[in-house]
Design a protein around this ligand. Structure first.
Ligand SMILES: [Zn+2]
Length: 281
């Protein structure tokens, strides 16, 4: 069984001067495909759950997601870990820890700095008791649709990053350096100089959000300059949707829901195998 803690994989990534990729998943097909791709490539990987997909859509519960992940991932021989993505509700975050998440992201990036530090510190103190890793965010990774990746005043400042990491004791820090969530209107340009300054200012693992649509050459440099975790959601979801649509269009009335997971998992696994080559473990 190769279910490990996120921090173990981050350490491996740091030593290899690369980044692990975390994929947002919402169901069995997605988690099964990530496990399958890890088995084939032997590249460590993360499964992430964005809590809103649970509590807003109400189609599954946190606890059942953990059960599903464990059932699938324990058969993997490649290191694989589970992480709770952006959570600003501390009560929900504690529920996730109780449910078995060994890594959580507390997102206080919308709060004033002092409040973000205070809340993050509290989450770290509780998480530590359970041996759980904590990611936090400083600066603000916004939404591509609002062109928020271009708002320089939302970018992470190196000196504040140093203070934030020292005061909170987090495992990893999500930085705002020009990426954003969702579909970019134009090709993003990461502030790699700022990344280097942040990396020099702190010993904490650094995380890049909004990974769909960033050109590979920029990512390769970002991984060498200190990014050890990289989040991908949008393009993975889009591929899933496109695959289902194509399946329905191709098969028309003759299509069967029983055959759909086979097609979906094949397509997602192929994508993951290729995407995971960005990780140079
Ligand atoms: Zn994010």
């Amino acid at each position: 069984m190769a279910i490990v803690k996120v921090s173990e994989i981050l350490k491996m990534a740091d030593e290899a001067n690369t980044s692990v990729i975390g994929f947002n998943c919402t169901d069995y097909n997605m988690v099964a495909s990530v496990c399958q791709a890890a088995e084939i490539t032997k590249i460590p990987v993360l499964v992430m759950l964005y809590p809103e997909h649970c509590f807003k859509n109400k189609t599954f519960e946190l606890e059942s997601f953990v059960g599903m992940f464990n059932g699938l991932a324990e058969k993997c021989s490649t290191p694989i870990a589970l992480h709770l993505d952006h959570c600003s509700d501390i009560r929900y975050l504690l529920r996730a820890i109780k449910a078995g998440f060994t890594s959580v992201m507390y997102d206080g990036s919308n709060l004033p700095l002092e409040q973000n530090i205070e809340n993050t510190k509290y989450v770290v103190s509780v998480a530590k008791e359970f041996g759980v890793d904590v990611e936090a965010e400083l600066g603000h990774v916004g939404f591509a649709a609002n062109s928020e990746q271009e708002k320089l005043d939302l970018y992470t400042r190196p000196e504040t990053a140093k203070e934030f990491c020292e005061k909170t004791g987090i495992t990893s820090l999500a930085v705002a350096i020009g990426s954003a969530h969702g579909v970019y209107k134009q090709t993003p340009k990461l502030d790699l100089e700022r990344l280097e300054q942040i990396n020099n200012a702190t010993d904490t693992f650094l995380v890049l959000h909004g990974g769909s649509g960033i050109p590979a050459d920029q990512l390769n440099i970002a991984f060498r300059k200190g990014i050890n975790k990289f989040n991908v959601g949008t393009e993975f979801f889009q591929l899933y949707y496109d695959t289902v649509r194509e399946f329905c269009q191709t098969n028309g009335d003759k299509g069967s829901i029983i055959d759909l997971p086979i097609v979906v998992q094949e397509k997602l696994t192929d994508y993951l195998i290729e995407k995971m080559q960005l990780s140079k473990f």
